[in-house]
Write a protein that binds this ligand. Structure first.
Ligand SMILES: Nc1nc2c(c(=O)[nH]1)N[C@H]1C(S)=C(S)[C@@H](COP(=O)(O)OP(=O)(O)OC[C@H]3O[C@@H](n4cnc5c(=O)[nH]c(N)nc54)[C@H](O)[C@@H]3O)O[C@H]1N2
Ligand SMILES: Nc1nc2c(c(=O)[nH]1)N[C@H]1C(S)=C(S)[C@@H](COP(=O)(O)OP(=O)(O)OC[C@H]3O[C@@H](n4cnc5c(=O)[nH]c(N)nc54)[C@H](O)[C@@H]3O)O[C@H]1N2
Ligand code: SF4
Ligand SMILES: [Mo]
Length: 720
């Protein structure tokens, strides 16, 4: 007999959808949407597949240590006890710290947008800080920089990362390089509701995908030229007087004087180079569409926007975000109802342990080269981590999830880097190409095998007001332990247990919750969560200004200028494109970008039959004309050739694409035995790993973001 469905939420991706779980005979049977939950209007196929993932026969069940040297075809995994595993890890980390300093130990994690590491990410950071290393690597430069940190140089705040679009009240929604229909279901359903009540949608994407079909404006931008498009829209807004005069006057640094001119005059002159006809030539977006979209942005205010992966992975990510942030500032919708709003948060103690950083700690890898980039905030980029590992500065690594070699560009270099560290331990659900390179592998619980605390569901004020404890519904598989348990136990062995409440996770949660008035007992009695009444306060900048050097929104950034970068948002042609590299253009005439799959999170889930059956093969999208010119038919296996090498994928024809643009998918390596579908080697002949042939460089000079979304390729039919 199955019991009553239990309210819970799915943490498999950033959407963190509210759900009802059915459990029977000690097994998770199903997840259903929970419309009473603020993110529970729908569940995607991955959430519905959770019962299959939890039971998958390939789950890691025991701590293991390698018995064969790294690089051997067979690591010779040998089962060990938890005590032996944790003692060994602690010994090795303390030995590295003793000999080379704490900075020679790095920690890594998967992104909380693609895994349930969101249950533990704050405590991972606490461990990093308490251990005293500046080197933590977690895809900040590929996933979060554009949303969270690049905007600090314009707004002094993460816009749109933390100042989220108020979709319930927006008049105009601008999604730029963001496809919530695939990536964040709760945002997609809220947008559909907004459109139904009359909100306008502007969708900027090289592909006609997701909500593009419902959009008032779909702008088909050439990958990586987004800054030129934004500068052109700024030009249109300014030249028509379509901007919030009072906000610009009172709350931006428009009137500051730089080299004898006002910032405003400099901006006007700078953007005049991007009149719509000029921008059309660069971006491929027809001039009249640029004007029309700019008009909608102005006339349908309040405007709310979100950007994501389409803009994160470029050689010019920071400047692209600067341009879009300045464009957005002109609307005057910032922190206004229906704009991008910082919803009030449940009062809670921060536990990421910033205060534990030892005085005089060395700077994060990469700081000398990019002092304003992720290293400034304690995040080592993949590129910088690989260099430090290869140069022998980083000697030990502990990874809490993350499939590093598959997720960063230049997988071969990633493998060499991981082979070069003296000691590597990985916490994971499955054996991946990254975990395979570890000395010790630890099995982690799947969600619902352990409890997790979530304070706020971000999306709206209602969602932000909800505190929920995800109850443990089933027993862990094998000897799996939660990330939190592993962190707390490791901290104790590292001699920093006093910063982890003596190893007591509940005490940590109680500390977090203390200012909220919500207790663990309340949350245990109410699996649906507890709502804390909160009210959004708008335009908080009117109290204290903006957290920038000028106290205002910085149309011109003196901070960037002082470091030798352009002070005004600036378009630069992607560093590796047929235009910027005419020497490559003949051999590699196509622009190559990529996007996520609805059916999988990043490099995961290909082994799950209920998902893989809908997407059996890696694909590359191209226009029928580009296909015909190469003798490629729909469904053919093709070789994606880049200056770095070749990988395979199946051709999918897409009439909406620019014929000069191709779209691949990263993350293909795993087989699905149930369906008899193959895996692919992460390196070498026969590989389907797109990141094997995408480079990490030339990266963004400010952030080190890799150019995964605008590089060059050619496609040719494979003879099967
Ligand atoms: N189903 C599913 N959901 C996920 C994930 C997943 O792998 N699968 N991953 C999670 C993670 S970690 C993240 S970061 C989010 C990401 O969520 P999104 O950012 O929405 O992810 P993508 O689909 O990769 O990229 C968004 C859009 O950018 C477009 N794009 C590509 N190049 C360019 C460009 O140069 N300019 C512009 N303007 N657009 C471009 C693509 O066509 C795509 O439609 O999703 C999260 N949710
Ligand atoms: N070409 C290209 N490359 C990309 C991207 C792209 O769009 N194109 N996207 C980039 C982005 S936005 C991101 S965020 C990164 C993502 O890179 P990663 O964060 O590495 O994400 P995944 O590839 O999904 O790998 C997650 C790993 O964590 C494990 N895992 C899952 N759940 C848990 C858990 O609860 N605990 C622990 N300890 N482990 C768990 C999984 O088994 C898997 O091995 O990839 C980046 N790489
Ligand atoms: S979108 Fe899918 S995978 Fe992501 S949280 Fe919702 S149900 Fe889970
Ligand atoms: Mo991401």
């Amino acid at each position: 007999m199955s019991g009553e469905p239990v309210p819970t939420y799915c943490p498999l991706c950033v959407s963190r959808c509210g759900a009802l779980a059915t459990v029977d005979g000690g097994k998770l049977i199903s997840l259903q949407p929970d419309p009473s939950h603020p993110t529970g209007r729908a569940l995607c196929v991955k959430g519905k597949a959770a019962p299959k993932i939890i039971e998958h026969p390939d789950r890691l069940l025991h701590p293991m240590r390698r018995t064969q040297p790294k690089g051997s075809a067979d690591p010779g995994w040998e089962q060990i006890t938890w005590d032996e595993a944790l003692d060994t890890i602690a010994e090795r980390l303390l030995a590295t710290k003793g000999t080379y300093g704490a900075e020679a130990v790095a920690f890594s994690s998967s992104s909380p947008s693609t895994t349930a590491i969101s249950d533990a990410i704050d405590y991972v950071e606490r461990l990093v800080h308490a251990f005293g290393t500046p080197n933590f690597t977690s895809y900040m430069e590929l996933c979060g920089w554009g949303r969270f940190m690049a905007p600090l140089y314009t707004f002094g705040a993460p816009v749109p990362g933390a100042y989220l679009p108020d979709l319930d009240n927006a008049g105009c929604i601008l999604f730029w390089g963001y496809n919530p229909s695939v990536a964040r279901l709760a945002h997609a359903t809220a947008t559909t509701a907004a459109i139904a009540r009359g909100a306008k949608l502007i969708f900027v994407d090289p592909r006609k995908t997701g909500l593009a079909a419902k959009a008032d404006h779909w702008l088909r931008v050439r990958p990586g030229t987004d800054a030129a498009l934004a500068l052109s829209m700024i030009h249109v807004l300014i030249s028509h007087g379509w901007y919030d005069d009072a906000f610009v006057r009172d709350w931006t640094n428009a009137a500051d004087v730089v080299d004898g001119s006002t910032v405003w005059d400099l901006l006007v002159a700078h953007c005049a180079d991007y009149r719509p006809e000029a921008a059309e030539e660069i971006t491929g977006v027809p001039a009249e569409q640029i004007v029309d979209a700019a008009r909608t942005l102005w006339e349908s205010r309040p405007a709310a926007f979100y950007t994501w992966s389409g803009l994160e992975q470029h050689s010019g990510t920071t400047q692209i975000m600067r341009a879009i942030n300045v464009l957005y500032a002109l609307t005057g919708s910032f922190d206004a109802p229906g704009g991008n709003v910082l919803f009030d948060a449940v009062p809670a103690n921060r536990i990421n342990g910033g205060e534990l950083v030892p005085p005089g700690m060395p700077r994060t890898e990469g700081f000398a080269k990019r002092p304003l980039g992720p290293a400034r905030f304690g995040y080592a980029t993949g590129e910088d981590f690989y260099r430090a590992a290869l140069d022998g500065r980083i000697k030990s690594l502990v990874g809490f999830g993350g499939n590093m070699v598959m997720a960063h560009g230049d997988s071969g270099r990633g493998r060499s880097a991981l082979l070069n560290v003296d000691f590597f331990a990985q916490v994971d659900l499955f054996m991946t190409p990254t975990a395979e390179l570890a000395d010790i592998v630890l099995p982690v619980t799947f969600p619902w095998e352990s409890e997790a605390l979530k304070i706020g569901f971000e999306l709206s004020q209602e969602a932000q007001s909800l505190v929920q404890l995800r109850h443990r519904l089933v027993e862990p598989k094998g000897e799996a332990r939660s990330d939190l348990q592993i962190i707390f136990d490791l901290a104790t062995r590292l001699g920093i247990g006093e910063h982890f409440w003596g190893g007591d996770i509940e005490a940590g949660w109680r500390h977090q919750l203390e200012p909220s008035g919500v207790t663990l007992e309340d949350l245990r009695a109410h699996p649906e969560g507890v709502r804390v009444p909160l009210q959004t306060r708008h335009r908080k900048y009117e109290d204290a200004g903006f957290n920038t050097p000028s106290g205002k929104v910085e149309l011109y950034s003196a901070t960037l200028a002082d470091h030798g970068y352009p002070g005004l948002p600036t378009f630069e042609e992607p560093a590796t494109s047929p235009r910027s590299r005419p020497d490559l253009a003949e051999q590699f005439p196509l622009v190559l970008s990529c996007a996520k799959s609805l059916f999988f999170c990043e490099t995961q889930h290909r082994q799950v039959a209920s998902l893989r059956k809908s997407a059996p093969d890696p694909i590359v999208e191209l226009h029928p004309d580009a296909a015909a010119a190469r003798g490629i038919a729909a469904g053919d296996w093709v070789s994606i050739d880049t200056p770095q090498g070749s990988v395979r994928a199946r051709a999918k024809l897409n009439t909406h694409l620019d014929p000069q643009v191709a779209f691949g998918q990263h993350g293909w390596w795993e087989a699905c035995e149930e369906l008899g579908l193959p895996g692919y080697p992460p390196y070498g002949v026969g590989s389907a790993n797109l990141n094997l042939v995408l480079p990490q460089t030339p990266s963004d000079p400010i952030s080190g973001s890799s150019p995964l979304r605008a590089s060059v390729c050619n496609l040719s039919r494979l003879q099967e």
